[in-house]
Design a protein around this ligand. Sequence first.
Ligand code: DCP
Ligand code: CA
Length: 405
Amino acid sequence: MRPFIVHIDIDAFFASVEAILNPSLKGKPVVVGALPGERGVVASASYEARRYGLKAGMPIGKAKKLCPHCIFLRGHFSHYEEFSNRFHKLLLNFTPIVEMASLDEAYLDLTDCSLLYPSLHDVVFTIKNKIEAELKLSVSIGVSYTKLLAKLATKRAKPGGIKFIKDENEAREFLRDLDISEIPGVGSKMIEILRRLNIKKVEELWQLSLDSLISIFGKTGEYLYFAARGLNHGVIGIKPIQKSISRETTFPRDITDPDLIRAHIYYLSDRLSVALKRDGLKTSRVELKLRFSDFNTITRRKKIIPTEDPLSIYRTALEMFLPLFEKEKRALRLVGVAAKELQKAPLLDLYTFNEKRERILNAIMRVRTRYGFSSVMAGRELILKRLYPLKRKEGFILKTASLTR
Ligand code: DCP
Ligand code: CA
């Protein structure tokens, strides 16, 4: 039997949640992200704002120029998480096979549910109505026999529609005219190389053999060959381990004070540690990213014993930071810390296990879950109060409202 895969994505997620929190925003051009005059980007734009050409990732200055009367908001991350959880729970009522691909995006596998539901086709409409009635959020849905086709179908259904690609014939018709840049994972470098081969549409990509794609792109070439045919072997519910998680921020103004930069590095390490702990992961390579006032950007990496401890991540990042900063002696514009080479944390790691530290970290996690992120903070990160508002639940409200995962 052909798999029955449903991909659901919430329309203009952050902006739509804002319109629920404040109904007077409904139907208006709303942008969540940095505020005009700040340095940062659009994270989410309502469909009304998109009419002016606004989209995610656009510098906020440009957005303001294109749409001066847009309503710019910094956003409320904890509410987005709450809606995401409700979205996830609601989907689990229909099938246990649900994979949350991001906060506002999920895959459902209904293949084996045909005894439960007389018509799988109809249940898709039921799911959509239920989400929209209970969450008051508009969603778009794609349905097909592979994850990739379902995701591509959702994009075509936006905003607010449902698109089915039911068999290989429909898939071929659908893929034929698609721009290669629409295939997830195809980046600007790949597009450039394919352009030089005069390939812009998926149909043109079909002309290349598996061997020639592999000889051009290596392993990615193999992915591309199958993706161009709508095939990928992703299984729902088994999320591949993420390769890295990062947290970075652009400062409100360039910084030269090393204490202040250290505070940022600690705070970012702290946030990173929370993300690792939540996903049950450890990192064995820490990456530090610095962008100077002239936009010159450097990264440094260092191996460590697998950990999710903020202090170990911070110290490793600091070891890389100090000599660099000493040498460059220039103002910084951005700092980022990334956890690379992630692995599932073993339940009990006999070699690196430090029971006392583990207990402290777990206790901090529990207190934070209950009383908010700022209920436990290190002294060295508190000097950031000079720059940012501190909220009980969210911690410091940095410039970047975007998901830096
Ligand atoms: N997001 C972000 N930074 C980005 C992209 C997205 O912070 N560079 C956040 C804001 C979005 C949310 O993730 O609201 C979901 O991302 P989507 O790409 O699904 O974008 P939207 O939901 O806003 O719009 P769409 O209707 O196109 O799905
Ligand atoms: Ca979305």
